[in-house]
Structure formats: structure tokens, C-alpha cells
Design a protein around this ligand. Structure first.
Ligand code: TYD
Ligand code: MG
Length: 454
């Protein structure tokens, strides 16, 4: 018999090495390799079981996917209309963002609607769960709780009680006897998820797993879990801000384009069905501020982009961002310096999106550039909103969903909008420009900056 030798597994990406290494050669994380003892390999011949049945597509009964509505409108929306029966969903997010609150609230909603539910909590005691539930709207006492961290009893419990929906908070606290590695390690998480997967599919129980994110912000640490589950949702929010965004990173039963917006209140999370102007600040017409119409999934959110440009005493001037990508700011600043002739090289530049929103839409380039230019020249932009991507040549490029952005801006009372020329042509051709709104075509950042700010 061969001895099971230890292997070293990266906690971030699952890379395996026979030796310990200080840095993972695969994902580059430092000090992320942990020792694990691999499971005993099955006896030879064990894999030679019965031949699986082969069917043609025509023989397969499709059955309609049955959805369980959680009652939290924004959660249902991100899932694509509720939880699919028998599916496995992973919800990831930083500690304190509100994962436990979100899922407890969803469970209570389903329980109230007569869906048999269960909460497996390895992180909080039943008393803690009760205290939390008291703060939530419509709390009932019927929710079944299991306080357990061993996987096998949890499985037995599921088989015995057959809830329609079970939440496991969190997958990293569960561990299986099969492996000797510690809870939370890559192989334990994978093993536990694999076991739960079989129950979910076999018994038609919908399982929602809570997963922690790694230091670097990767969802659920080991990416291996992402491949095993049907849907991966990321719950995001800025500390100190009440708004939370739920994003579908992967969804086998719906679109990955949807986002849900919530507000954290003293009594749980509240849906924000019309979030477009949540992130708009009042009195935006000061130097260094501009308004972006950014797409989040199929919805358009309006937010204020702010920039502050100040002379720097440092050899390496600072570039600090919140809510926009650091590299995006670097590119916008480079384009402004080279193509619009602004000498930003010796300035500290700070960029921020108000309200804790993170904007990934490339259409934020143009408003960001305008905010930087406006702060540099100390001239306010007035009440104009903008959208458009910036190319390295200084051209303003077409972006998708021009009509949705324009409608949203018009609805929020904007009277002047700067947009890429091709968008403007398209919108005019389709008669999609709301009455009373002045739409200005932009082609070149240099002309625009000169015209607007001087
Ligand atoms: P929690 O759901 O425990 O976050 P996670 O499970 O992601 O770690 O709690 C998030 C925070 O929300 C916590 O600091 C307390 C706060 N909170 C409220 O503001 N209102 C509420 O009604 C509840 C239940 C929590
Ligand atoms: Mg929690």
C-alpha cells in the first residue's frame, strides 16, 4: 500500500504542488499554499461499475423549471424569477456586507408563503439567528434551524426533513469526515459542495451556499466551487454606505446581466426597485463633478463622478480612485494629457463615484475625463450629463444602450446630454430623443474640453 503523501493546495486558485511554495506559481498569491492529505484513492476496479444509460435528446423529458419566489423582489430578479427547484446557488461577499441577513430574510419570506425551509448555520448560534430574525420584517417562528458543521449529519438531516429550500451559512464552516484537511480548505469546500450537490440534484432540494471572499476579493475563495454550482451571486457594498448590489456572476437559469439593488436599514434589507438616481448628489454643478449614465445589467443608473486635481509635491503624483478602476483613471489622464493638452503630470488626482457605487461601464470614461478636466481648470460643467467610451487616440466611441441612458436622463430632468456622435446619429434616426432635451454629438475629447472648459 502506498502512503497518502501530503500535497500543498493554494487557497485562492486550487493549484496543487508536492512541495510547499511561498508563492503560488499559478495565481501569484503569497503564502497561500496549505498542506492537505489527499483522500485515499478508490480500490482498482471500483470505477468499473454499471454502464450508464444513454438517451437521445428526444427521449429527455424537459419539464418546466419550477421557480420558488423568495418575496425579495430584487433577489428574485437577479436569479431570473426566483430560485429554481433543485439548484445549487452560491452567494459570495465580504464579511459584514449582509449575506446572512439577505438569506435569512429570503427564508422568512418563503416560510411565510408556505415553502418548507431550513437554515444550516455553522457561523451563528440559533440564539443569534433568532435575534437577527427579530429585526427583520414579517418574522415568523416556523423556520427550522440546524446548528451543525459536520457535513454528514447535515446531509442526513436534509434527507429526513426534506425542506424545499435550505441555506448553508457558510460552506467554509462545513467539513466532511472523508478528508483530514481543516474546514475552509480547498479540498474540504470542494468535497462538501460535491456532497451537497448530489443531495440538491437527487432530492430536488434547492440549496443556497454562503461563501466568503478571499483577501483579494475573489468570490468564494477557491474558484473550483464556481464550476460546481448552478449560479454564483456576488453581494457587494461599500462600508458605511447603506446600498448593496447583488450581481449574477454565473447563472445557468437566467441572465448574468441583472443586478439587484438593496438598501440596508435598521430592519433588514429593503428592495430598491427604482435605483437610477440613488447615487446622484444634489447640487452637482461644481467644478470637478459630472454625471454619468452607467448601465448595470439592463438598468441605467445615474451617478455623480467626482475628481479632484491638485498640484503634487511628490515625485510620483498620487492617483487615488473609489468606485472606478484605477487603470481606467490612468488611461483617461494619459489621454487628457496627450490628446487634450492638459498638463496633469505633476498633479495628484483623486476620482470618486458618489454613494459607494462601483462603475465598470466603459461609458463612464467621458464623464470621468470631463470631471478631471473640470477640476483641473476649476470650471464647472453646468448641468450636462455625459456617456461615451474614450479611445487612446482621444476619440469618443459609441456605447451600447444609448436609448435607455437617454430616457433615464430625461426622466431625471436632465436637459443637456453629451454623447458619442454615432450614438447621437442612431438616436436621432430612431426618433429616440425626448422632447425638450438637447443632445450634443461629441467626437474628439480635445475639442470638447476646449469648448466646454476652455
Ligand atoms: P450580516 O448579514 O451578518 O453580514 P455577513 O453575513 O455578510 O457577514 O450583517 C451585515 C451587517 O448589517 C451587520 O453589521 C449588521 C447590519 N444589519 C443592519 O444594519 N440591519 C439589520 O436589520 C441587520 C439584521 C443587520
Ligand atoms: Mg454571515
Amino acid at each position: 500500500m502506498t502512503r497518502n503523501r501530503s500535497i500543498y493546495v493554494c487557497g485562492g486558485c486550487g493549484y496543487q504542488s508536492p512541495r510547499w511554495l511561498g508563492r503560488c506559481p499559478d495565481c501569484g498569491a503569497w503564502n497561500s499554499l496549505l498542506e492537505e492529505v489527499p483522500a485515499a484513492s478508490p480500490a482498482p476496479g471500483a470505477e468499473r461499475g454499471l454502464l450508464p444509460a444513454v438517451v437521445t435528446l428526444a427521449d429527455v423529458e424537459a419539464g418546466s423549471e419550477e421557480r420558488i419566489v423568495t418575496g425579495l423582489g430584487e433577489f428574485d430578479r437577479v436569479l431570473g424569477g426566483g430560485l429554481v427547484r433543485g439548484s445549487l446557488v452560491l452567494v459570495g461577499g465580504e464579511p459584514g456586507v449582509g449575506k446572512s441577513t439577505l438569506l435569512l430574510q429570503a427564508l422568512l419570506g418563503m416560510e411565510a408563503a408556505g415553502v418548507p425551509t431550513m437554515l444550516v448555520s455553522g457561523e451563528e448560534s440559533p440564539a443569534q439567528v433568532k435575534l437577527r430574525a427579530r429585526r427583520l420584517p414579517g418574522a415568523r417562528d416556523g423556520l427550522r434551524l440546524v446548528s451543525e458543521t459536520r457535513c454528514e449529519p447535515v446531509m442526513a438531516c436534509l434527507a429526513e426533513h426534506r425542506p424545499a429550500v435550505c441555506v448553508v451559512d457558510s460552506v467554509q464552516t462545513l467539513w466532511s469526515d472523508v478528508l483530514s484537511s481543516p474546514p475552509g480548505s480547498v479540498s474540504q469546500s470542494r468535497e462538501v459542495t460535491g456532497q451537497l450537490l448530489r443531495v440538491a440534484k437527487g432530492k430536488g432540494i434547492t440549496l443556497v451556499l454562503v461563501g466568503h471572499v478571499t483577501k483579494s476579493g475573489d468570490l468564494a475563495g477557491p474558484r473550483v466551487l464556481e464550476h460546481m454550482v448552478d449560479a454564483v451571486l456576488a453581494f457587494e457594498g461599500e462600508r458605511g454606505q447603506p446600498y448593496r448590489i447583488l450581481r449574477a456572476v454565473k447563472n445557468r437559469f437566467g441572465s448574468t446581466n441583472e443586478v439587484g439593488v438593496f438598501q440596508m436599514t435598521g430592519s433588514g434589507l429593503r428592495d430598491v426597485p427604482d435605483p437610477s438616481s440613488l447615487f446622484l448628489e444634489e447640487g452637482a454643478a461644481s467644478p470637478g463633478a459630472s454625471v454619468v449614465a452607467a448601465m448595470e445589467g439592463t438598468r441605467c443608473l445615474l451617478a455623480e463622478v467626482q475628481a479632484l486635481v491638485t498640484p503634487s509635491g511628490l515625485a510620483m503624483p498620487r492617483r487615488v480612485t473609489r468606485g472606478v478602476d484605477h487603470n481606467r483613471l490612468a488611461m483617461v489622464v494619459a489621454v487628457l494629457s496627450r490628446r487634450a493638452g492638459l498638463s496633469l503630470g505633476e498633479c495628484d488626482i483623486f476620482a470618486n463615484v458618489a454613494g459607494g457605487l462601483t462603475v465598470e461601464d466603459p461609458a463612464a470614461d467621458l464623464p470621468l475625463a470631463l470631471a478631471v478636466a473640470s477640476s483641473f481648470r476649476d470650471r464647472a460643467l453646468g448641468d450636462a450629463a455625459a456617456f461615451g467610451e474614450l479611445s487612446l487616440t482621444g476619440q469618443v466611441r459609441y456605447v451600447v444602450h444609448g436609448d435607455v441612458r437617454l430616457q433615464e436622463l430625461a426622466r431625471r430632468g436632465f436637459r443637456r446630454v453629451l454623447a458619442p456622435r454615432r450614438n447621437v446619429e442612431e438616436l436621432r434616426a430612431h426618433g429616440a430623443v425626448p422632447a425638450g432635451l438637447s443632445l450634443e454629438a461629441v467626437t474628439d475629447i480635445r475639442e470638447l474640453v476646449r469648448g466646454l472648459i476652455g
